[in-house]
Design a protein around this ligand. Structure first.
Ligand SMILES: [Mn+2]
Length: 324
């Protein structure tokens, strides 16, 4: 779902962040208590953005899908690194179903909270999806379906931006949700049909098997993807030229290996592909929303809708090791 972006500068924006979180909690159909908690968490995270006079953004994303029913509050700044442990964030963490914080010298901080109910899936997912500045509708979108050790994911970029782009993307995501477990090439063919009367879209579509450590992938148009190899090295996935709904030629899916270490990253062309994981020390040990937030902060072009989807296999062993 689309993220709402609130700018936080000095202490201005704290109330806006609180309100956006309450509205987001309503959109996710959370109850009154959860709405109040979401507001409190957003205010605390926005206040933390202002530590030492810093500035940044708070992104609020209501979610009701396979990953759960919650509102995600993602605070991103370029300020001073967080103290360890950050006492100011403890009350917000206590109100959260999921909570994680990352910071590094000269790289600011990213804090994520999810208020509501989060499903325990085989994978963890982080997403940022924001419209072109000034637009209310986002022409980008993403799709996720998880069943046991398998996941289907898609990133969709409706051509251009604004209403018509959003309509193409909605048509694609609606069609994807009706496909069940059909093979990727057949799904892409169906999408092509479903988008004929729209502006068309770039679509990256993948099936992950976490047990077999594989990704089957088809990309049409400009959707970028990087997947961790067995040793954690990121490898790019290929895309065919074309526009789903208008001209599509290649429909052969391609196999990649999907390692257990590290995050896979997919994004639309509103985000530049020049990001480098090594810039963010330790980010692989953190929630995927943190990495999505950092890529958005540093590589959003600001001239288009922008979407980043980050996925990793859930590894309780790794998580415990990090918290020790
Ligand atoms: Mn685009």
């Amino acid at each position: 779902m689309t993220s709402t972006l609130v700018r936080v500068e000095g202490s201005a924006g704290v109330d806006d962040a609180r309100l956006a979180a309450v509205v987001g909690a309503e959109a996710a159909h959370l109850d009154d208590v959860e709405r109040a908690h979401a507001g409190e968490v957003a205010a605390a995270l926005a206040t933390n953005v202002c530590r030492a006079g810093g500035s940044g953004v708070v992104l609020v994303r209501p979610v009701g899908d396979v990953t759960g029913r919650y509102v995600e509050i993602l605070a991103i700044d370029r300020g001073a690194p967080l103290d360890e442990p950050e006492a100011a964030l403890q009350p917000a963490a206590a109100l959260s179903a999921e909570f994680d914080a990352w910071s590094a010298p000269a790289e600011g901080a990213v804090v994520v909270s999810r208020v509501g109910r989060v499903a325990a899936l085989r994978c963890e997912v982080g997403a940022v999806s924001v419209p072109f500045p000034g637009e209310t509708e986002c022409g980008d979108g993403y799709f996720l379906e998880v069943a046991g050790a398998r996941a289907r994911l898609a990133v969709v970029d409706g051509l251009g931006h604004g209403h018509d782009a959003a309509e193409a993307t909605r048509a694609a995501i609606g069609a994807l949700s009706r496909m069940g477990g059909r093979p990727l090439a057949a799904v892409m063919e169906e999408l092509h049909e479903a988008l004929r009367r729209t502006r068309g879209a770039a679509v990256g579509l993948g099936d992950v098997d976490f047990a077999a450590h594989t990704l089957e992938w088809i990309g049409i148009g400009n959707i970028a993807g990087s997947v961790p190899d067995r040793d954690g090295t990121l490898r790019g996935v290929a895309s065919y030229n074309g526009i789903v709904g208008h001209n599509v030629r290649g429909l052969q899916s391609m196999p990649y290996s999907w390692g257990q270490r590290g995050h896979a990253v997919f994004h639309t062309d509103g985000v530049s592909s020049t990001w480098v994981r090594a810039r963010y020390p330790g980010v692989q040990q953190h929630h995927p929303a943190i990495f999505a937030g950092l890529i958005f902060r540093d590589h959003c072009r600001g001239r288009d809708d922008a979407t980043v989807l980050v996925v990793r296999e859930r590894r309780p062993d790794l998580r415990e090791a990090v918290h020790e």
